[in-house]
Design a protein around this ligand. Sequence first.
Ligand code: SAM
Length: 230
Amino acid sequence: MTKKERRSQHDLLQIFPGIFKIDDKLATLNAYPGNTVYGERLIDVDDKEYRLWDPFRSKLAGAIKKGLKSSGIKKGDSILYLGAASGTTCSHISDIIGKNGIIYCVEFSERPLRDLISVCEVRDNMIPILGDARKPQEFKKYIEGKVDFIYQDVAQPDQIRIFKLNSDMFLKDGGEGFICIKSQSIDVTKSSKEVYKESVKELKEYGFEILQEVELSPYDLNHLFVHVKK
Ligand SMILES: C[S@@+](CC[C@H](N)C(=O)[O-])C[C@H]1O[C@@H](n2cnc3c(N)ncnc32)[C@H](O)[C@@H]1O
């Protein structure tokens, strides 16, 4: 069983909607008290429960640690998450959006999907979808209307094109997104900086406004985290 600790309000600092620091460690307010997803520690502050958020396990946490200026995501949002894996980052977003929000978690590999489904059984604001992010028309039927935000972490050579495809189909006008650009998945013969520059240029050519770029080392090597607006 995960060990639970106690802290006082003095140790708690809210840095973004639904995102906190406790003793300089990131945490989200647990929307499903008692539930842990990847062995993270739970901490009680007064009558509320927080889940510590590991920046080495989640690129969004890494980006916040590296100076992300806005978390983009807020309570009640609808989110399309491409490359959900077993649901580590999705579960923290599930905390941030709360029970009135919804996060559609798309994953094409059956092994992590099995773990993801177990997480979604408890967290009913997470919807697991077995689907290929390259074929949004195939999972369109599971998504209600347009979403406020797209989070993409698929580590594929055509990741920018995939983001554009999904944005055209699902993202509201003025909606925002995070794209985790893994340079090694795009072109191993070029330097990471070169790949980042070309990827950001491609995003701009597709008409996205670049709100911020955050390089993720040491939390994730060869990754650029980009915050965009449609
Ligand atoms: C780096 S992992 C994602 C980790 C996850 N975002 C997290 O922070 O918890 C990338 C995931 O994307 C999935 N993936 C890659 N290409 C995909 C595609 N075309 N459609 C759906 N999922 C894909 C992989 O199977 C893998 O689970």
